[in-house]
Design a protein around this ligand. Structure first.
Ligand code: MLT
Ligand code: MN
Ligand code: ZN
Length: 307
């Protein structure tokens, strides 16, 4: 299985257009050791298959596709993108769907509340209803493994097992309807031929048994690396909410994922969905050293992981 990181940042990207924090300013000035990042999106393909499955579809999808030759068209009208899977309905994960509106048939895998949140009452969604069957939604049921097929039903060589992960409804739907456990999921993606497994959990509010099971034995794990500390935004004067209130468990500290997952049995362990304020973005920071010492990596755009 080949995993290519198209975008590794949280919503807003790095640097973020309206952010002058030390990281964003330092990156623009060239005074910190760090690399720019676009918003989270990952392409996965089974060995030898021409197609790729996208995990999430960021607002920067056009440039992300251009950055990856394997995602370029191979005919006057064509895309090697076989399917798109959504972990939740946050705009940094699904706004890019509206950019794929050039009259191309798509299949999108999402849970029922994520599908409804994107399609219902959304007048802009009509741009993906330009002709009958433009988008086929495949409603993911959690807790079971299913084949991932393309819009014509052809195998991709990959299966998905969606797992309920503590999270929340997207900000724009808060107060519109009650929260649903299926608002946020993680994936175990398995390559059918080789049994290689990717665990993909880019938004995690806390570690539950289901989260541990999703990770166990995976050959690669991508995990929520949004914030280093719970009070990261308030401490910088950039927001009022703690990481936990935004449904992101921090990486550092006693309750953070490095400590909570210290005993996780898995192959490569990689943080993704990294907010621009996170000190581990700086390649020479003590936080980055702590991540590396614990055997974790920090995703960057263009990174390829073969498992
Ligand atoms: C999140 O990851 O918490 C969301 O992307 C926040 C947002 O939508 O701004
Ligand atoms: Mn996000
Ligand atoms: Zn910033």
């Amino acid at each position: 299985m080949l995993i290519r990181v198209l975008g590794s940042a949280a919503g807003g990207g790095f640097p973020q257009w309206n952010c002058g924090c030390d990281n964003c300013r330092g990156l623009r000035d060239g005074t910190i050791r760090a690399q720019a990042r676009t918003q989270e999106c990952v392409a996965v393909s089974a060995d030898g298959s021409g197609g790729s499955v996208l995990l999430n579809c960021s607002p920067e999808i056009r440039g992300q596709i251009e950055s990856a030759p394997t995602l370029h068209p191979r005919a006057p009208r064509h895309s090697p993108i076989s399917a798109i899977l959504l972990t939740n309905g946050d705009l940094d994960h699904c706004l890019g769907l509206l950019s794929l509106r050039e009259s191309h048939r798509l299949i999108v895998y999402a849970t029922d509340p994520v599908e409804r949140g994107f399609t219902r009452g959304n007048v802009l969604y009509r741009t993906l209803e330009r002709f009958p069957g433009q988008v086929r939604w495949h409603i993911l049921k959690t807790g079971r493994e299913e084949d991932i097929v393309d819009v014509d039903g052809r195998a991709t060589g990959l299966t998905v097992h969606a797992v309920v992960v503590p999270g929340k409804a997207p900000l724009h739907l808060e107060g519109e309807r009650p929260a649903d456990p299926e608002d946020n999921v993680g994936f175990r993606i398995r390559e059918a031929r080789t049994d290689r497994v990717l665990a993909y959990l880019s938004g995690v509010a806390s570690v539950t048994d289901a989260v541990r099971q999703a990770i166990a034995g995976a050959h690669a794990v991508f995990f929520d690396g949004t914030f280093w500390s719970g009070d990261e935004l308030p401490a910088l004067g950039l927001g009022t909410k703690r990481a936990e209130e935004m449904a992101h468990m921090p990486v550092g500290g006693r309750t953070g994922s490095l400590a909570q997952l210290a005993d996780a049995r898995a192959g490569r362990r990689i943080y993704i969905h990294i907010n621009n304020t996170n000190p581990m973005l700086r390649e020479d920071s003590p936080e980055r050293a702590a991540v590396a010492a614990a055997g974790w990596e920090v995703a960057r755009d263009g990174m390829e992981v073969k498992i």
